[in-house]
Design a protein around this ligand. Structure first.
Ligand SMILES: *Cc1c(COP(=O)(O)O)cnc(C)c1O
Length: 243
């Protein structure tokens, strides 16, 4: 508990320093603690230390922790790849889906959301590094995907997310973060805010850039991240939790 409090403070401090360096307003980044493999009791301790946003990359594991921690006002983020057959477990109980990356998935989310009478907030995941092993829409396909999402009334696209290729030196990921920010700027120009006939301007808004993990979040904040996803920097090495 003490260790969690110290780490959360250290992360917050580094985020605020990066915001100041970038000339951005204090407090303008949401810290999502990614708790994959971390037991629910430890997530509860992190909540007691001040963490309010928790991310999981697997639906099933996340659902178990949501049930165990239902008494806490945690905002849940789905940060990992989402399969269509898991959508029914996600709509309504997760505040933000970071990994929308294809139309078929969007259509399933939209269908379930409209049936439940809600709108699901999503980020579109972009595969900036073009790695074959990673999910996410290719940068060249982003505009076409957004065009096809715009009519879906059950989905609100609130920004973009990316996982850059791993690098030893966080400076090497900086160009990927900058690229995601540029893409979001292009999208904002293509889908201007405000009422229009299709409603696309209201349903596609670039309010968030989800980028930066334990190794590189200060660089991501300098490049415009509004949401960072930190696992090991907060919870310690994941190998410690593996059963
Ligand atoms: C695990 C994970 C993170 C956090 O990674 P760390 O390196 O532990 O900070 C962030 N985003 C996604 C999508 C993840 O799966």
């Amino acid at each position: 508990m003490e260790a969690l409090r110290r780490r959360l403070e250290a992360i917050t401090e580094r985020v605020e320093d990066a915001l100041a360096r970038a000339g951005r307003p204090p407090g303008s980044v949401t810290i999502v603690g990614v708790s994959k493999t971390v037991p629910a009791e430890v997530v509860e301790a992190a909540f007691a230390a001040g963490l309010r946003h928790v991310g999981e990359n697997r639906v099933q594991e996340g659902r178990e922790k949501q049930a165990a921690l239902a008494h806490l006002p945690i905002t849940w983020h789905l940060v990992g790849h989402l399969q269509r057959n898991k959508v029914r477990y996600v709509v309504g109980s997760w505040a933000l889906i970071h990994s929308l990356d294809r139309l078929a998935l969007a259509e399933e989310i939209d269908r379930r959301a409209r049936r439940a009478g809600i709108v699901v907030d999503c980020l579109v995941q972009v595969n900036i590094g073009g790695e074959a092993t990673k999910s996410g829409v290719a940068p060249e396909g982003l505009m076409a995907l957004l065009e096809s999402l715009a009519p879906l009334e059950g989905i609100r696209v609130r920004g973009l997310m990316t996982i850059p290729p791993p690098a030893e030196d966080p400076e090497r990921t900086r160009p990927y973060f900058a690229r995601l920010r540029e893409l979001a700027e292009q999208v904002s120009r293509a889908f201007p805010a405000g009422p229009d006939a299709s409603g696309a301007g209201a349903r596609i808004r670039m309010e968030h850039l989800s980028m930066g993990m334990s190794a590189d979040y200060p660089v991501a904040v300098e490049e415009g991240a509004t949401i960072i996803r930190v696992g090991e920097a907060l919870f310690g090495p994941r190998s410690a939790w593996k059963r």
